[in-house]
Design a protein around this ligand. Sequence first.
Ligand SMILES: Nc1nc2c(c(=O)[nH]1)N[C@H]1C(S)=C(S)[C@@H](COP(=O)(O)O)O[C@H]1N2
Ligand SMILES: [Mo]
Length: 584
Amino acid sequence: MQDVTNDATTLRDRPRAPAAALPVRMACGIAAVCAGLAAGELAAALVRPQAAPVVAIGSAAIDLAPTAVKEWAVRSFGTWDKTVLLIGIHTTMGVTAAVLGPLAAARRATGVLLSTAFGGLGVWAALARPDATTWDALPSAAAALVCAAVLLLLTAPRTARRAARQAARQAARQAARQAAGRTARRAAQPDGRPAGPGPRQNAGTDGTVAPGDRPALAADEPPPVPHAHPGRRSALTAGAVVLLSAGLGSAGRHLADRRNDVSAARASLTLPRPARPLPPPPPRAGPAIPGLPPLRTPVEDFYRVDTALTLPRIDPRDWTLRIHGMVDHPFELSFADLLAQPLEELDHTLSCVSGEVGGPYAGTTRWLGAPLPALLRRAGVRAGADQLLGRSKDGMTIGTPLECVLDGRAALLAVAMDGAPLPVAHGFPCRSVVPGLYGYTSATKWLVDLEVTTFAARDPYWVRRGWDRTGEVRTASRIDVPAAFARVPAGEVVVAGTAWATHRGIAAVEVRVDGGPWQEARLAADAGPDVWRQWHHTWTAAAPGTHRLEVRATDATGAVQEETRRPPFPSGATGWHSTVVTVH
Ligand SMILES: Nc1nc2c(c(=O)[nH]1)N[C@H]1C(S)=C(S)[C@@H](COP(=O)(O)O)O[C@H]1N2
Ligand SMILES: [Mo]
């Protein structure tokens, strides 16, 4: 630091290099930041991918974002929310880098200071992760160091010194020429007057202009600019640095992916047969209706909602689950221990509290897993505990009301969905599933720790952000067919969809047209209270024009779905789904 300041001070007294054009200075900033990020990626490949500066800052942004912003992001971008966030971060960095370049060119100390500040932000973000280790500071520290170094290099006084030396050399040469010229002219001019400051002539020593001759200058003229294109060199260097950084950065990513790849481990996993298998699922629960989502959601279509900017990749051989807290016998399970439990199958509809009325964040699958109550009984839950706090590999916490886990419902530590090991995005190798609760209070993905505790002692992640601590699934129903704003021919129109009140079950679904009388829809076969219920209704559409279709469900306790429209925060959206169609 000290050196730089001195350097900057002494520089001011030296002849300055001609300033590079603004775009070149901006490019230097961008190159420096690119180099820094590449260094960060490489270091993160050695430490862990979550510690890479962009990922760390993005994850901190997710955690710090106010609930309203999170809601808006999920609502507007759905499952693309993370992509949008990453684009946002990269854009912000690009703009910042473009400003950094000119600032650093003007005052090199500023460049170093700002690089350090950005690196500091990254270090802070990386260390703020709930699962951080000290090593996580390394990638952002490396990024700051490299960024500052490249900035110094690209705005180096070397360029300025070289320019100054050239200018001096040139000035000397000119002085020599002028001296020679004067002698020559003095010889030619009878009065002996020195060449005055009159209209300048591009005179050679012989007073004529020869091609290739440099113009002679009067002694009081400033030395000429030595480079025809000041900054061209810097621009080329900056471009090279950007390309090199892109190469090294992606190499770092690639290395991190290779080091953390669990696809082979996942593929080689053999799942034990369930101790209590369910009958094979029927292909359909009702008539085949084009446009109606299948009763069981294909795994690749299953919605994904989580805060993980990079997916935790856990090798089952390294996985352990600690069960501890308010228990008499805390213990740890290996993955082999888990698979040795009598495994159960469960058909279940998982849904997200952030889902809007009529929205897509619900999916149905057949889970396979170890019953959670048996494991808790083995640990011996102490009196007074009311919360089971799940912690994922990335430090996310999800709190489940203990009574929901122990009241006899099929709460599982799931290892498979739809007959195959959990996909990484859905929690490989183990996640919890508790029917009747939204995912945010029940379905910890990448689960590594279960703590028996109280709500008074521990606020899980979403509860800390104001969401309801229980997260009981609200009764919901959705019109899938016809699609919104569909044009349908007059006559018999099939209206169909799905409804769920997970763990309570669906008793009835009603449909009405243009606010008319409610008409009971036909329910498809009942696959149990934990699974959504498909329904359909035949509407005789007589009048051409636009019509409004509405749906509401009644759960198996007899409660009718709430009419009042409310947003998802803080305990799930309410209101009836409606859709507008045009009859022609
Ligand atoms: N580790 C972890 N588990 C998590 C979450 C998360 O952010 N991190 N999100 C929860 C939420 S809000 C929901 S709705 C479900 C979604 O599960 P899915 O992505 O497998 O559909 O996961 C839950 N489990
Ligand atoms: Mo969710």
